[in-house]
Design a protein around this ligand. Structure first.
Ligand SMILES: Cc1cc2nc3c(=O)[nH]c(=O)nc-3n(C[C@H](O)[C@H](O)[C@H](O)COP(=O)(O)O)c2cc1C
Length: 383
């Protein structure tokens, strides 16, 4: 059976064995930004499960750029080795190891999601998790109950550009093959892009073109530090989904400009700028609800795109790629539910059986399948 989902994709010097990416998923389990065994097992099993690319969660470019105390970081050289171990394991399973890098901006210094995603308070301080001052394009909090961030000055902006550049260089050293810059979900780069959070009237704010200036400057610096033969991806919130926010037209303009900076794919998510409580509330959730954004970016900005969000079944994923709506599909929570989803999808779409599974599992499962078939046959004979 021929499958578009299971056709390889080559960008620059890198080939994906199929079009299934594990979407970046923060584990909020790092200590001082260091990757550990939790990350190895989590991202390692997604590679074992057959994904073409495994995107390790977002790594902060500075300690203040973390969303929570548990965020991964790549702001110092000591953080390279534990990450390199995970990268090497992912690659050894035949998946492309990818990393997302970012800065949380005003959406920093928060509790972990399952602790409430609110401001750090006494409970956290008691275990040594103190709040820190946050930074943003303008002194505008996410919502009235959130901390007011400090507005970045020129020195702060120059420092951030340097941090993105050195983080990209560290990712290259760690062996990461695809790097994604996080400009979605209300984090710092998105805060520059959105008129709801960027009220500047200097070179870094104002009209839609100037609001793109900082994210594009980041991409330029990252691209220069990132090996030419390795792809650079960009994650965007294709629409803000909030009154007066960014629209798809703004994203198309960004995608074209990003392509000119050497970006190879736009990963199309949405929402997040309006605060955690209301994030996405204006973007109705349904299966594949963000696929039209990926389709528009691919068709109208002339750049490869990735679709993400409630992509659940192999046939749904196959249809997205086959119909040209996106070049790659990313799965998040469905892979937490079933890390072997890509292997199962391959059985459904390409070839039944376990020949393509890692032999440590496949050899046994093939035998078990034969036994189960015999039992079925015997049961049928008795009926
Ligand atoms: C546990 C968890 C952590 C996440 N962390 C990140 C992240 O670090 N960076 C990011 O861009 N998106 C992050 N996301 C969003 C996912 O990458 C994905 O876009 C979202 O879950 C929608 O896809 P899904 O419906 O397949 O889960 C996270 C999602 C989950 C569930």
């Amino acid at each position: 059976m021929s499958s578009a989902l299971f056709s390889p994709l080559t960008q620059r010097g890198i080939s994906l064995r199929n079009r299934i990416a594990a979407s970046p998923m923060s584990q909020y389990s790092a200590v001082d930004g260091m990757a550990n065994d939790w990350h190895l097992v989590t991202f390692g099993k997604l590679a074992q499960g057959g994904a073409g690319l495994v995107m390790i969660e977002t790594a902060a470019v500075s300690p203040e750029g973390r969303g929570t105390h548990g965020d991964l970081g790549l702001w110092n050289d000591a953080q390279i080795a534990p990450l390199a171990r995970i990268v090497a394991f992912i690659a050894a399973q035949g998946a492309v190891p990818a990393l997302q890098i970012g800065h949380a901006g005003r959406k920093a210094s928060l509790q972990r999601p399952w602790e409430g995603y609110g401001r750090l308070g006494e409970k956290e301080a008691a275990r040594g998790e103190l709040p820190w001052p946050t930074l943003a394009p303008s002194a505008v909090p996410m919502s009235p109950e959130d901390a007011v961030p400090g507005a970045l000055d020129e020195a702060g902006i120059a420092q951030l550009l340097q941090q993105f550049e050195t983080t990209a260089a560290r990712a290259a050293q760690a062996g990461v093959q695809v790097l994604e810059v996080h400009a979605a979900h209300g984090y710092l780069l998105h805060q520059f892009l959105s008129p709801l959070s960027n009220l500047r009237d200097d070179a870094w704010g104002g009209d839609a073109r100037r609001r793109m200036a900082f994210p594009l400057a980041v991409l330029r610096r990252v691209r220069a530090a990132w090996p030419q033969e390795r792809p650079l991806w960009l994650r965007v919130s294709a629409v803000d989904g909030a009154e007066g926010g960014r629209t798809l037209d703004d994203t198309l303009a960004l995608a074209r400009a990003a392509k000119a900076e050497g970006v190879d794919l736009v990963d199309c998510s949405s929402g997040g700028i309006a605060g955690l409580a209301t994030a996405g509330s204006r973007i109705p959730r349904r299966l594949g609800f963000q696929v039209p954004f990926a389709q528009a970016v691919r068709a109208q900005a002339g750049i490869a795109s990735m679709a993400v969000g409630l992509i659940l079944t192999p046939q749904q994923a196959e249809d997205i790629v086959r119909s040209g709506q996106a070049d790659v599909v990313a799965l998040g929570r469905e892979l937490l539910n079933n890390p072997n989803w890509p292997l199962h999808a391959r059985q459904a779409l390409v070839q039944p059986g376990f020949a393509q599974w890692p032999p440590q599992y496949g050899w046994w499962l093939e035998k078990r399948a034969a036994i189960l078939q015999q039992l079925d046959g015997a049961a049928a004979a008795q009926r």
